[in-house]
Every structure is written in C-alpha cells, then in structure tokens.
Design a protein around this ligand. Structure first.
Ligand SMILES: Nc1ncnc2c1ncn2[C@@H]1O[C@H](COP(=O)(O)OP(=O)(O)OP(=O)(O)O)[C@@H](O)[C@H]1O
Length: 664
C-alpha cells in the first residue's frame, strides 16, 4: 500500500465529524506543497493514534510537525517492525513469545522503506499496450508478469505468447540447488524441468476477441503461425536436436563412417528377416544433417554386388518413400554390421505403433466405448488416403523395375498426420541378394508380392487386426471382407479383393489406379487445400526472418564495449544515429513518461528500414539535447556500413588466428 494514498475511502455516510487520516494529518516532506490541500478522503482515526509511531520518524528519522500538532508518537526508541517480520513472528511460536510487537504496532501505519519509494519512482511504470496489435487480457497479464523481467527467462516472449519455465520462476532462493543433469527426474513437482524441454502446454491460444477490435486492429496471433502447427514443429525440432549421453555411456561408437552423435531410437533391437536390427539417429559430418541409420547387427555381406541395388534406390525420389542415402558395412560397433542410411523424419511412428500397439488399441477401445459404437478403426476417407499414398509409392517403385518388399505396418512410417512413407527401402534387396535369377524376373515376382502385402495391409487396417485371417488367398479372407462390408464402401472391398487375388501377369498397380480413380481426385484436392493452408500460415511468418536479421544487426552495432575507446565508435556520427534509432524503435514513452510497447511500431519501423524508405524521421537524444532528421534510406546505409565493418573485423581476426595457428 502506498502510505501517501488514502486508504479505505469512505464516500458516503458522513459522521458529521471531520476525521483526519494519518496521511492527511502528518505529512511527509514530499507532501509539503500539498499540505494546504484538503485531504481527498477521510478514514476513521484510532483513539490510540498517539501511541502509534509517526511514519515520518520511521522514514526520515524525525518529524517536522512534532511540535506543530502531529498527534503520533515520536519516541524513536521503539523497535521498528516490518510487516513481513510480523508475518514471520506470528508463524514462529518461539519468536511470538519474545515478540516486541505490541497490539498497537500491528495497527501501525505500514512501513514502506525509503529505498523502495525511490525505486518505485525510478523504475519505469508498468508498460502499457497501445498498439494496433490487440492483445487479450491474458496476454497482457503475461506481458506485465514479473517472469518477463527475470534474467533467467531465456525465452520471455515468443510469438506473442510467453515461453516460460514456471516452476523455475517459483523457486525460492533458499531452495537447495538440484543437480543440473538433463536426465535427472524426480517427480512431477520437480523444481527444475529439463531446460531444453519445451513447455508445450504454454501454447494454449488466447481467445480472439475480434468483435472488440477496431477496423485497423489485428490480433497478435494473426501475425504468426497457429499454435498447434507451431507446437508440432517445435516437437520435431526437439526430437531432432535431442542428444544422447556421451558415447562412452551409451556404449555406441563415437563415429561410424561420416556419422557421429548416434542416438538410439528404440530400447531393444527389432528383427529384419531374422537379423537383429537397430535404428539410430545420427548427424552427418559432411553436411551437418540428421539421418536415420538402420543397422543390421552381425551381418556379413557375401556379395559386394548387392550394394549396386542401393544405387538404383537412390534415384527414387517420392513423397511417400523414405529416401535412402547410402549403405555400407562397418566394424565400428565391434561386429560386422550392415548399415543403411535414410532421411530422418522426426517424431514419426510406424503404422503398427499408430494402430496396432497395445497403447493404440487401448485408445481405440476407449474411443469406441465413449461413442458407444463398434465401428471403423480407421475412417474411410483416411483409409482411401493411405491407399492412394501407398499406391503412388508402389507405382514409382515398380516403374523403376524395383519392388518395395516392406509393405507391412512396422515398415511404413507416419511422418505427420496421415502422411505415410515406406521405410527401409532396398534393405531386403541387399539382405536377400539372389544371383541365381535375372533381376527382371525377380522384380516381377516381388512386385506381385508387394501387391499382396498391400492388400493385406488394407484388410489389417480396416479390420483393426495386424494379422487378418489367413489373408494369403481370397477365399480365406471372407470373414474379414464381411466385416469390411459392414463398415466400408464396396469400392474399398473391391480394391482389397483385387490385391489379394492370385498373382498374375495382368495384375499390376496400374489396375489399382483405375479402381481408385475418383478417390485420387479427393486426395489431390485435400492435399492442395492443405498446401494452401500451410502457405497462408507461412506467409504469417514471412517477415520474421527478415526482422530478426535486422534486429540482430542493430544489436551487433549498438553499445559495443570493446569499441568504447575507438573515437569512430564513440557516440558520434553514424553510430550515434543508429543508437538514437534504436531508442526511436524500442524506447519510446508517451506524454506521461510511460513506456509504449507497440509491436506495430517496431515492425513498421524495421520494415521501412529494410526497404530503405525515403520517409524522414526525427531522432531525439535521451536528454532532449540533440535532434536529427534522417531518412530510413540513410539509416539503412549507416547500419550496413557499421555492420560490415564489424563483420570484416571479426572475419579478419578469425582468419588471422587460423593462419597463426597454421604457422605454428
Ligand atoms: N526414416 C526415419 N525417420 C525417423 N524415424 C524413423 C525412420 N525410420 C524408422 N523410424 C522410427 O524408428 C523406430 C523403429 O523403427 P523400426 O523400423 O525398427 O520399427 P519397429 O516397429 O521397431 O520394427 P521392428 O520390430 O521390425 O524392428 C520407429 O518408431 C520408427 O518410427
């Protein structure tokens, strides 16, 4: 409470007796000028006011109204008890026994240390939002929350939403430091969440009160991509950069061929054609990209020619096939392993994990129970989308004279919502390399097998069973077809029926396309519609990279401590102008001296700077001594030259150091 502010205002029910509040009666020095003014509000006075310590004595050490009618106690001997001390005293039984706090002092005027008052005056008032970017109340509350001012807040404000670590902020200073081990986990109330872990729950979108907006106003959210997309991308980013403990701890090699930072993607090995297999994420030393490594443990490659098939697979570029980069044998794992390297698609799960794992089944069961139905595990439109995607991939593979050979739920991955990709391309070809038959002959047989596997996959998904009733012959899958016809259209059943039919020369993926023609159009339409949505979202972020680059340049230039003694970097000329421009963008205050937090102004200024607009602006120094009229064009060239200078200096120093090192 501010001691100079009248408390407990009584605006009605006057008692008829003028009662003066302590603040009105006993004015501090600062209030001398207003001493003659009538007290704006009155509060009931305590009869024991003479026992209360005068605030002027508490604050200033003396009261100049002591002998001029101030009715409060001026006995400075009394101990001063701060309100927070009162709380502490009351909680500790021991201290309460010896407490010097009298009943009177509890009601004493609240003590506000002088230093706090000064701080309050000196510190800038609460920022206000007076922008064309309308923020909802919750967003405002976040903006002004103390968390934003915390030096520990690494990402105080991201896309109009706070990106914060609440538990960290709430940590009491006396809390003992916990180990900073990123893998350390105690319980849900752990005060130190993993610093790298994104707090996705903070991304709940604020309610858009568009109805309250002026015509020229827009929601902050309209400038950025939607929260759910952002969350999805952040999760992928987190998965991509997730790093394993040191190679020593994981027992994995430091480096395999040109790949390092191996990260196991599953806890236990899988099985490919009876061989134990491992999947890792690894970074390539040559291009810095992440890849997926599939390692076949203890595999001895007999025929080197088998690797030629990988060259053919490398030529295949398709949106529904995980691209293969290379395959090699290695002893880096301490055995002879065969390694396949594929593109890495973060956060992907296999079709098996998505539909047939115990968790997925439990989820499905719960959904069915909630809806009170016994229905389709996969909606028909989704199933048609899957069929289209897989048919398209198979068409490309078969047209190249190859065969997929991995058309099963554990070898098809879902890289985003309903987006499928055939993984482990070429792997079976190498593992089962056969020299006894011609490649063309082999391909024909395997292509027929692909069609059969494709049919099984459709029945599996439609019947919610990873192993549909002996689906090798059309006659024995009748129960599955009956189930399908209850929930799906006859077209779907026909496609599955065709694929599960006897292998024949005439049976080909092309025929499947004639059967699913109308569905293709729907898939094409959905896909283009989604592209439009993504493009629209992308356009919201269009400006951001440009703005970040310019803001980075400004920060590189402004107030460099190492150039303080360099007269050219002193607060003169170009650099001074840049510094004033920084104030013009970010440090504006309104006529009351209140900071103006206007994102619209910031973005408009930086956009004009980027385009080098001919518009003139007046920059004024903080102490109002200097004013400069300058165009954005001039500012742009000043910033470019100042930044280039720093850049050149940085590069020449780096090159010099490298050259020096080489000489040594
Ligand atoms: N190219 C890839 N990019 C990203 N993740 C992948 C990629 N390929 C596979 N994965 C992921 O690696 C994990 C293991 O894949 P794997 O092919 O071993 O599946 P699996 O279900 O364990 O099959 P199996 O039991 O035959 O080993 C899966 O979660 C899968 O989503």
């Amino acid at each position: 409470m501010n001691p100079h502010q009248p408390s407990n205002p009584i605006t009605h029910g006057s008692s008829g007796i003028s009662i003066k509040s302590p603040s009105a009666t006993c004015l501090s020095e600062n209030q001398d000028t207003t001493a003659t003014k009538p007290a704006p509000k009155t509060i009931p006075s305590s009869s024991s006011s003479s026992k209360r310590t005068c605030r002027n004595v508490i604050i200033h050490g003396f009261c100049k109204f002591q002998d001029k009618g101030c009715e409060f106690n001026h006995d400075a001997e009394k101990p001063i008890v701060l309100p927070q001390q009162l709380v502490n005293h009351s909680t500790s039984p021991e201290t309460s026994r010896n407490s010097s706090v009298s009943a009177g002092s509890i009601h004493a005027p609240v003590f506000v240390p002088k230093s706090t008052q000064i701080q309050e005056k000196a510190s800038p008032p609460r920022p206000i939002l007076t922008n064309m970017y309308h923020n909802t109340d919750s967003a405002n509350a976040r903006l002004t929350s103390p968390i934003q001012q915390s030096p520990h807040n690494r990402f105080p404000f991201v896309n109009g939403q706070h990106y914060m670590y609440p538990q960290q902020q709430q940590q009491h200073p006396s809390t003992p430091m916990m180990p900073q081990d990123p893998y350390f986990y105690m319980n849900n109330h752990h005060p130190f969440p993993q610093p790298s872990q994104t707090q996705y729950h903070q991304y709940a979108p604020s309610l858009p009160h568009v109805a309250n907006l002026q015509n020229h106003q827009r929601l902050v959210q309209s400038f950025f991509i939607p929260d759910n997309l952002k969350e999805q991308l952040l999760k992928r980013n987190d998965a991509t950069v997730a790093a394993a403990a040191s190679a020593k701890e994981t027992g994995l090699p430091e480096q395999v061929h040109v790949y390092h930072s191996l990260y196991r993607m599953e806890d236990k090995p899988g099985k490919v054609l009876g061989h134990p297999s491992w999947v890792y994420k690894a970074m390539c030393r040559t291009n810095g990209k992440y890849y997926t490594m599939v390692r076949i443990e203890g595999f001895r490659l007999v025929n080197e020619q088998a690797m030629n098939i990988v060259k053919q697979w490398r030529k295949i570029k398709h949106a529904n096939i995980v691209a293969i980069r290379e395959a090699f044998t290695t002893r880096a794992f301490g055995d002879s392993s065969l390694v396949f390297v594929y593109d890495y698609h973060p956060c992907s799960i296999t079709l098996f994990e998505a539909y047939f794992s115990p968790q997925a089944q439990a989820l499905l069961h719960a959904r069915f129970q909630a809806a009170g139905i016994n229905g389709m595990p996969v909606p028909e439109t989704t199933l048609w989308s899957f069929i289209t995607q897989m048919a398209s991939a198979l068409k490309t593979i078969h047209s190249a004279g190859l065969s997929a050979r991995t058309m099963e739920p554990t070898k098809i991955i879902m890289t985003s919502k309903n987006r499928l990709r055939i993984s482990c391309a070429g792997l079976v070809d190498v593992l089962q390399f056969d020299t006894t038959t011609q490649q063309a002959q082999r391909a024909t047989v395997h292509q027929q097998e692909d069609l059969l596997s494709f049919g099984k996959l459709i029945v599996s998904l439609a019947c919610n069973s990873p192993t549909p009733t002996n689906a090798t012959a059309a006659t024995s899958v009748m129960p599955s077809f009956e189930y399908m016809s209850r929930f799906y259209s006859p077209d779907l059943k026909n496609v599955a029926y065709y694929l599960l039919g006897k292998p024949a020369l005439l049976k080909s993926i092309d025929e499947v396309f004639t059967m699913i023609g109308p569905r293709l159009l729907h898939e094409l339409n959905s896909s283009q519609y989604y592209t439009d949505t993504l493009e629209a979202n992308l356009s919201n972020e269009l400006e951001n990279s440009r703005l970040v680059k310019l803001m980075s340049k400004l920060n590189f230039i402004n107030e460099r401590p190492e150039f303080e003694k360099d007269p050219r970097w002193q607060e003169t000329g170009d650099r001074y102008m840049i510094k004033l421009f920084r104030d013009y963008i970010f440090h504006q205050v309104n006529e009351m001296g209140v900071p103006v937090v206007d994102m619209g102004h910031v973005i408009a200024c930086i956009n004009k700077l980027d385009t080098g607009a001919d518009e003139s602006i007046m920059l004024t120094s903080r102490e109002d001594q200097t004013s400069i009229i300058v165009t954005y064009k001039e500012l742009k060239s000043c910033i470019a030259s100042a930044f280039n200078e720093i850049n050149t200096k940085a590069h020449s120093t780096t090159h010099g150091a490298t050259a020096g090192n080489k000489k040594k």
